[in-house]
Design a protein around this ligand. Structure first.
Ligand code: PRX
Length: 641
């Protein structure tokens, strides 16, 4: 136990802070030794461009770059300028020329008990080639957008890789999203194809995805085909000529397909995320820099080795699923586990059972999942040996030290370091994170990854003193950064690079740094909620509520939740002639569920006479939040009433 002094913005706390030193065996075996790590940090500080160039040298390129970074037109940075590559060449093609041809690439676990499949690199490569040819048979070309509306199925991974292989751009929509959300994204990206499944298993139920796609398709003018994977096998209507079975397309397809030679800056995928306006943002990632960033971080942070079974529990609908369930582990030649279902199905020890079943060595999950499983006590993990685990990870939300320590003691059995990794859909790769040889402070995401330049600043861009809270910014470009917002470069520039002076990237998070240079993430600085690690814009929720005929005004705020981290509370003012009722409450919740999907968890709907506003008529959510949480509302001089 070490006594530490920790400062927050408003108070100075003296608390007992446990720190965890790396275990000797971890230090001996780690992909990066303590001295290499120190050297990498120095190199990244001195010349981050050279640092990333060195990482890029470890991957295969059809043609090398003329210049590593083009920063002549900020914030539209280009990496590995002039280089030719394809992420799939690095994730598959190069492995099948080695002993990895027969190595298991993906272990896929279905939710129904006992159902799993293992695909070797060669088998995956063949399937990807076949599906690439299937897409080509539908005249899909380089640059076309393909929507994927499926959870963690093997076919989802195959479809992603096939798109990338031929230079098409995938756009995954989380399978928990509604028809409305799917339609909005498909239309924004102008997707030509939607790939979905008849039904998928979730929490013991079959979710009929095809039905949701049917509803979305009422208004998806750009979609020419819907490819349907037969997963649950329930009867569905395929009479619409645009609908095709996955298996039929695959049947006649050749298993040979040339990997497209692409410019390093060629788009790889679009992934929509929530922002402060009602319109979701299409974050665009590209082949070259992205593969370098995710490769370097997985190898050093998750320490992946040739013999490891690595399991990132994220759904492919989120960026973590893209970067660290599929692409990075395959680039590293690892064996990655994909689980289709719910962590509590059929019993709350499902995750521990899967760890033992496949001998998982590295487990990467979210604080919400850990909090949820912790609720069932330590007895459940104790019934499983978990002896193969050697490294743990978490991402998506702040993890408090109590939960961190529970994870460390009960799952890692005090022998697995925990990588609390901070990053975002936009960053594409881990940004502030420990490595296995770091000293760990529960609740802190440790230090910036080598080559990443981070600061905590005030509104004017001036660094704030150690211990004080401020805006988390990234000062230099990094290779896996998003390149733009799809169809909206102006918003990309304004929302991320012009909020704080100096051209720095604004993360939207608040953070503080301690005297050791460790970062403590304190949540969002903007109107974005983090519900169980999922980003939800409060404006998106308000817009849905305002579309109800009874609602005159609405304000959504986040309130703390012991399991989900945060949930939404909505204050509504009714139009004349309407009265508060349980029925109206139910209707509003159903409307949100229908329009935004189950990821938006509503704690309460409160009917109020009016909302606190500024003199210019802007709703002051800060005041609502302060009154809800019983905290100081701050400066009230602008309040109208
Ligand atoms: O607020 C931060 C939080 O999640 C946000 C990014 O969300 P998203 O783009 O959906 O990506 C999540 C997975 C990469 C951040 O702005 N966040 C992410 N990781 C952490 C975190 N907050 C605290 N600690 C983390 N480790």
């Amino acid at each position: 136990m070490v006594r530490k002094k920790e400062n927050t913005a408003t108070e100075v706390l003296v608390e007992e802070q446990r720190v965890f030193r790396p275990l000797p065996e971890t230090v001996v075996e780690a992909n990066i030794t303590p001295s290499e790590y120190r050297k990498a940090i120095k190199e990244g500080e001195r010349n981050f461009v050279e640092f990333w160039e060195k990482a890029a040298e470890e991957l295969e390129w059809f043609e090398k770059w003329d210049k590593v970074l083009d920063d002549s037109n900020p914030p539209f940075y280009r990496w590995f300028v002039g280089a030719k590559c394809n992420i799939v060449y690095n994730a598959l093609d190069r492995h099948i020329k080695t002993f990895r041809k027969n190595k298991i690439a993906i272990i896929w676990r279905g939710e129904p008990v006992g159902e799993y499949r293992k695909l070797t690199y060669y088998e995956l490569y063949r399937q990807v080639n076949k599906f690439s040819n299937a897409l080509k048979s539908l005249e899909i070309k380089k640059g076309d957008r393909i929507a994927i509306y499926m959870p963690n199925l093997l076919q989802t991974a195959i479809a992603m890789l096939a798109c990338a292989k031929i230079g098409a751009v995938h756009m995954i929509v989380h399978s928990g999203f509604s028809a409305h959300a799917l339609r909005e994204r498909v239309n924004d990206a102008k997707a030509r194809v939607i790939i979905t499944a008849d039904g998928v298993y979730r929490n013991g139920k079959i979710i009929n995805l095809k039905e949701v796609v049917d509803e979305a398709m009422i208004e998806c003018p750009t979609v020419e085909h819907v490819i349907v994977v037969k997963r649950s096998g329930q009867p569905i209507d395929m009479s619409d000529g645009r609908y095709l079975w996955w298996d039929d397309l695959m049947e006649g397809a050749s298993d040979e397909c040339e990997t497209e030679i692409l410019d390093a800056e060629h788009p790889l995928y679009i992934l929509y995320t929530s922002g402060t306006t009602g319109k979701p943002k299409g974050v665009l990632h590209v082949h070259g820099g992205y593969m370098v960033g995710i490769f370097r971080t997985l190898k050093w942070v998750f320490d992946i080795k040739e013999t490891d079974i690595y399991w990132c529990t994220a759904d492919v609908g989120w960026v973590t699923g893209h970067s660290y369930t599929i692409y990075a582990p395959l680039i590293c030649g690892g064996t990655t586990v994909m689980y289709e279902g719910h962590p509590l199905w059929p019993k709350p020890d499902r995750m521990w059972q899967i760890v033992d079943e496949f001998g998982v060595n590295i487990l990467y999950t979210s604080p919400t999942t850990i909090r949820m499983l912790r609720r069932f006590g330590s007895e459940l993990p104790r019934r499983h040996s978990l002896k193969t685990l050697r490294l743990l990870g978490t991402v998506g939300e702040p993890i408090n030290s109590e939960v961190w320590i529970w994870y460390y003691e009960n799952i890692g059995k005090e022998r697995c370091p925990i990588m609390d990794t901070w990053w975002q859909t936009e960053t594409g790769m881990l940004m502030i994170t420990p490595v296995p040889v770091s000293l760990l402070k529960p609740g802190s995401t440790s230090r910036p990854f080598p080559g990443i330049h981070v600061d905590v600043v005030d509104r004017n861009g001036n660094p704030v003193p150690v211990g004080k809270s401020g805006f988390l910014v990234i000062k230099k470009p990094w290779p896996a950064m998003f390149r733009t917002l799809w169809g909206n470069p102006k918003r990309y520039k304004e929302e991320y690079f012009e909020v704080i002076p100096g051209g720095v990237y604004t993360t939207g998070d608040l953070a503080r740094r301690d005297e050791d240079g460790y970062f403590w993430i304190q949540g969002r600085a903007d109107d974005v909620l983090n519900i169980a690690g999922y980003r939800v814009g409060t404006v998106e929720v308000e817009n849905v509520v305002l579309s109800h005929p009874a609602i005159a005004e609405a304000a959504c705020i986040g309130v703390p939740d012991p399991i989900k981290g945060e949930t939404a509370k909505i204050f509504v003012v009714l139009k004349n002639g309407y009265l508060p009722s349980d029925e109206l409450d139910r209707e509003l919740r159903q409307l949100i569920m229908k329009r935004l999907g189950p990821v938006v968890i509503i704690k309460a709907v409160e009917f109020v006479e009016n909302l606190p506003k500024t003199k210019s008529g802007k709703i002051m959510k800060r005041v609502l939040k302060a009154s809800e949480l019983g905290i100081d509302p701050g400066d009230l001089t602008t309040l109208a009433d």
